[in-house]
Design a protein around this ligand. Structure first.
Ligand SMILES: *Cc1c(COP(=O)(O)O)cnc(C)c1O
Length: 385
């Protein structure tokens, strides 16, 4: 990061590409025969797909999943040609040709998507690759069990389609005690039995931890790569992928009885020292963290008091003593002892939403010891020019 960026930014986001690659290797080590993909949709869960995907490629990853065609197009030129890009939403009507032109593999989720892909096969008179998704209990994307029958009966339905995988998605994999996992597994196996023999993919991050029955030929982790805990209620085996720090803009001492922030939702019970810190809900520090969140400083955990503003939070730093913290001091929003899952728990959400909400005001630094480079950017969009 340039000195100017470090000087001007209110908050700093450090993305640890080595930790992300380590996490990918750690997940891969749990597999026997299956391959390990990486889900890099939504800009790699907010952390920067153009940095994350090439780093994972260098670590050995060859299968990359995004949600939208445009996300795949952006990655196509950032990755070597043997990287395989899959679009989870499949082709929206009219976009099929783009998939062929840029060698992007669609996930076909519905009979209309299947028909459109078949029509393109006939028009171009060549084999075209695709993944077929079946729904096993989310009612979100994929053919239902009933829709699978005509596909099975109609020998033309898949003709000309080079079926790379049949896939499905788990609804509650983070809870290993949920019987839905086993039910979805059985439904998936039954669907596979009704389709031409092909490779299969079921597990997301959490699904990998359900055991080898769930691994099939390809697993599709996202969140765990970025440090989110894959199994609810168990210690997190993943390395944190980010550190978030924000600067103190102002400090003040207030007397007992002084209310703070919008709506006066907190009032000092005693003489208190308050720091105004440059991170707010516009930076993904969710408003629900008002009077609930904590920040770290020098080993101490300090409470967020009052409501979260768009650009600032107020932190009670009384415990630190008069001069420990001052204008320009950096506090940890997420760092040692404050993981994204902990922030999420305080906000009543999940680590996924914390990561994808970060926004683009942070001065970003990417740590990448493997290529011994450290690079930064002020804005995410700046990285794309
Ligand atoms: C987002 C997504 C994943 C990755 O899920 P994580 O829980 O982040 O590991 C895998 N498969 C599909 C279909 C998805 O939509």
């Amino acid at each position: 990061m340039s000195p100017r960026q470090a000087l001007h930014a209110g908050a700093l986001l450090t993305v640890d590409l080595d930790a992300i690659c380590d996490n990918w290797r750690k997940l891969r080590a749990r597999l026997a025969g299956a391959q390990c993909a990486a889900v890099v949709k939504a800009d790699a869960y907010g952390l920067g797909a153009l940095k994350v995907a090439p780093a994972l490629y260098r670590a050995g990853c060859r299968h990359f999943f995004v949600a939208h065609l445009d996300e795949a197009l952006e990655l196509r030129s950032a990755l070597p040609s043997d990287a395989i890009l899959y679009v989870l939403h499949g082709p929206l009507p009219g976009s099929e040709g783009e998939f062929v032109a840029h060698r992007i593999v669609p996930v076909l989720n519905s009979l209309p998507q299947l028909a459109a892909w078949r029509a393109l096969v006939r028009r171009l008179d060549r084999y075209l690759p695709a993944v077929l998704q079946v729904d096993t209990g989310m009612a979100r994307l994929g053919l239902s069990a009933r829709e699978l029958d005509p596909v099975r009966v109609d020998r033309e339905a898949l003709r000309g389609i080079e079926l790379r995988f049949v896939m499905s998605h788990l609804a509650s994999a983070e809870d290993p005690t949920n019987p839905l996992n086993r039910l979805q597994l059985e439904r998936f196996e039954s669907a596979l039995g009704r389709l031409p023999r092909t490779r299969a993919s079921l597990a997301n991050s959490s699904g990998i931890f359900l055991g080898p029955d769930y691994h099939f030929d390809l697993v599709r982790p996202g969140a765990a790569l970025y440090g989110v805990a894959p199994v609810a209620g168990e210690p997190n085996p993943m390395r944190p992928a980010i550190r978030l720090q924000a600067k103190v803009v102002q400090t003040r001492t207030i007397e007992a009885g002084t209310p703070v922030g919008y709506g006066h939702s907190w009032t000092a019970e005693k003489r208190s020292r308050i720091a105004t810190v440059a991170v707010g809900y516009a930076d993904g520090y969710l408003r629900s963290l008002g009077n609930r969140g904590h920040v770290g400083f020098d080993g101490a955990k300090l409470p967020v008091v009052g409501k979260v503003s768009m650009d600032t939070i107020l932190v009670d730093v009384t415990a630190l003593g008069e001069n420990a913290i001052h204008e320009g001091s950096l506090v940890d929003i997420s760092g040692p002892g404050i993981g994204v899952d902990e922030i999420a728990a305080g906000a009543g959400t999940i680590g996924y939403e914390i990561l994808t909400s970060l926004g683009n005001r942070y001065a970003r630094t990417y740590v990448d010891a493997e290529t011994s480079s450290e690079s930064s950017m002020r804005l995410r969009s700046g990285s794309r020019t």
